[in-house]
Design a binder for this molecule. Sequence first.
Ligand SMILES: Cc1cc2nc3c(=O)[nH]c(=O)nc-3n(C[C@H](O)[C@H](O)[C@H](O)COP(=O)(O)OP(=O)(O)OC[C@H]3O[C@@H](n4cnc5c(N)ncnc54)[C@H](O)[C@@H]3O)c2cc1C
Length: 316
Amino acid sequence: MGLFDRTLVRLLPAVPRPLVQRLAGRYIAGPEVADAVRVVRGLNEGGKAATVDVLGEEITSVEEARSLTDEYEQVLAEVDLASLDASVSVKLTALGLKLDRELCRANLEEVVRDAARRGNVVTIDMEDSSTTDDALALYRELRAAGLDNVGLVLQASLRRSLADARELADLRPSVRLCKGIYVEPAELAFRDFGAVRANFTQVLEELLDSGCYVGIATHDEWLVEEGCRLVAERGLDSGRYEFQMLLGVRSSLGERIVSEGHRLRIYVPFGRHWYAYTLRRLQENPKIAGYVAADTLGRLLPGASARQLPARSERP
Ligand SMILES: Cc1cc2nc3c(=O)[nH]c(=O)nc-3n(C[C@H](O)[C@H](O)[C@H](O)COP(=O)(O)OP(=O)(O)OC[C@H]3O[C@@H](n4cnc5c(N)ncnc54)[C@H](O)[C@@H]3O)c2cc1C
């Protein structure tokens, strides 16, 4: 990332919300469940599975947590009705973790039970390190209650993840492995790019060797190659792993993964709480300055925007 891009990333929270909203279009299906259904249907037609995220990590009240729980159940119903190949992903803070742990547990259990009735699965997204213990504990509690249709996420950037993978091994969890997006203190997380990659590979090997189903969630081509190598070395078929990517990010890499015969799941966020999610995606986009500049130019010179901003399929 160039100096200008890095500076812009630091300044992004000061960028006017309407501009961020325009740039959100590439990462988010839209505001309504129907938008998510439309995008998932298109992905399924292209041979990709999906996992749907109802955006809502910024909630501040019990009523909002209730309303998001209802929205998840609406998504599960729509997916069922349309026979779509899509699971759901939930953030514990969106279900009320920071308001009341027991309320969060009840909301989570309700969604997982609803998914079980419909033959579907729920993945618990992993948020910042203040939530890791709760996420692991809630996962264990649901499994102990006999709910097997729930998975969780481990973050390769966290130093603890290898130990967490080992401690979870007995349960043979379904795990999404990603690098981890949250900025954490050095005593908790690897900061060095190579160290995160090395830990990703090590945790991945641990998960594969202990018989877990692994979602290899990355747009890092090097790690995708490593993932392919590790599953091939072990002779694993597509019942043991899949690749996962985010909507709007490096779709050409996704096409390659599918064309090589691997299963690919796309993470599809939708909803009205789009701001925090979009900021994180923009901060990871190495060409952020170009997009912001193109959008700004588009507003100054009406008609220029469409020419400057590449179509979704052409974007990295
Ligand atoms: C399906 C899925 C679910 C996830 N769930 C979680 C979760 O629960 N908790 C969590 O902490 N993190 C989650 N993440 C985010 C993840 O932790 C990383 O922050 C993110 O995937 C970027 O890391 P990377 O492995 O793609 O590698 P990077 O090295 O960051 O990216 C590799 C390349 O991909 C491209 N790229 C990456 N992001 C963008 C972007 N926004 N726009 C354009 N190009 C981009 C760049 O060209 C970059 O060179 C998830 C990611 C995926 C794919």
